[in-house]
Design a protein around this ligand. Structure first.
Ligand code: NAP
Ligand code: COA
Length: 270
């Protein structure tokens, strides 16, 4: 399927996954690696970057990466420029770094709210600005959003505000960059098994069971589900799709996510 991605004719596409060293984003990085792309990853931890590069190379991919915090625009700009000096322009960028913890707005410090908005929303802006001069025309940018962007969830005011902003960034930049052939879309994952995000939102077995029961398709997602959606959005099959927010969530963002927020609220109120 590699030839259907927006790579240069006959060449492996170059994919950058920001936040690609664990969970869903790592699954996305590994999926692209398995499908023959050159894959670069970025996150804060040098150790996580190193371990991920080993895993990607073990899959047979050419892989690079660097450690940077998405709250540091200069570090991102330098890292991306260095990568693209060596590899040339980027065909696909996945922006998925995020932070989350459950907390009621009434008890959360301003700094707690700010930290999530700075990572998820401002960080996404920094990523998109840093990659913009290095994107191939045409290319595909994919932001990893969340059901909290479209449904309010108790205990998630910071994430709801930040991810709604991420999707508006997607839509706005789709308009600004569309004339250059850069497509910008969001993928909105549902609850994904074995991830940090799920552990934080549903720390008990009882809550995990409630989450699964609240998904219309009655299962948790896998990172592979999200990768397949990213592969589609990166491919020529999606070359008339931009500014879309694509739920890949078993229907969870129709209402189930809000019901889980009610349970989370009960747990937080003790
Ligand atoms: P995760 O394993 O914690 O992944 C987060 C990634 O982002 C890690 O690679 C982390 O690495 C990096 N990161 C965090 N803060 C960063 C920062 N300030 N600068 C640079 N990198 C940073 O989480 P996940 O649960 O798989 O979630 C991944 C994405 O999916 C997020 O965007 C999340 O909002 C979204 N999502 C998740 C779920 C779910 O069920 N898990 C559902 C809906 C949406 P370092 O620690 O090395 O920085
Ligand atoms: N409840 C309430 N406030 C919390 C909190 C919690 N569970 N966890 C952190 N905070 C607050 C801190 O107390 C601090 O506020 P303060 O200065 O007023 O005390 C603020 O949030 C920032 O915390 P800090 O630990 O300094 O931030 P950081 O930049 O090192 O880490 C986080 C960012 C907090 C988002 C951290 O959880 C993280 O790095 N997460 C990445 C992984 C992740 O969340 N994965 C799931 C993705 S869906």
């Amino acid at each position: 399927m590699t030839e259907r991605l927006n790579g240069q004719n006959g060449q492996a596409p170059t994919v950058l996954v920001v936040g690609g060293t664990s969970g869903i984003n790592r699954g996305i990085a590994e999926g692209f690696a398995r499908d023959g792309a050159r894959v670069a990853v970025v996150s804060r931890s040098e150790d996580k970057v190193r371990a991920t590069l080993e895993a990607l190379r073990a899959l047979g991919a050419e892989a690079e990466g660097f450690a940077a915090d998405v709250r540091d625009p200069e570090a991102l700009q330098q890292g991306v420029a260095g990568l693209c000096d060596r590899w040339g322009p980027l065909d696909v960028v996945v922006s998925g770094a995020a932070g989350n913890f459950p907390a009621l707005a009434s008890g959360m410090s301003a700094n707690a709210f700010r930290s999530v908005v700075e990572i998820d929303l401002l960080g996404s802006f920094h990523v998109l600005q840093a990659v913009y001069p290095h994107l191939r025309r045409p290319s595909s940018v994919i932001q990893i959003s969340a059901p909290q962007a479209v449904l309010p969830m108790v205990g998630q005011s910071h994430v709801c505000a930040a991810k709604a902003g991420v999707d508006m960034l997607t839509r706005t930049l789709a308009q600004e960059w569309g004339p250059e052939g850069i497509r910008v879309n969001s993928v909105l994952p549902g609850p994904i098994a074995h991830t940090e995000g799920m552990k934080r939102l549903a720390p008990s077995t009882a809550l995990q069971e409630q989450v699964t029961a609240s998904v219309p398709l009655k299962r948790l997602g896998q990172a592979e589900d999200i990768y397949r959606a990213c592969r589609f959005l990166a491919s020529a099959d999606a070359d008339f799709i931009t500014g879309a927010v694509l739920p890949v969530d078993g229907g969870w963002s129709l209402s189930g996510a809000s019901r889980v927020g009610d349970a989370l609220g009960q747990a937080l109120k003790g």
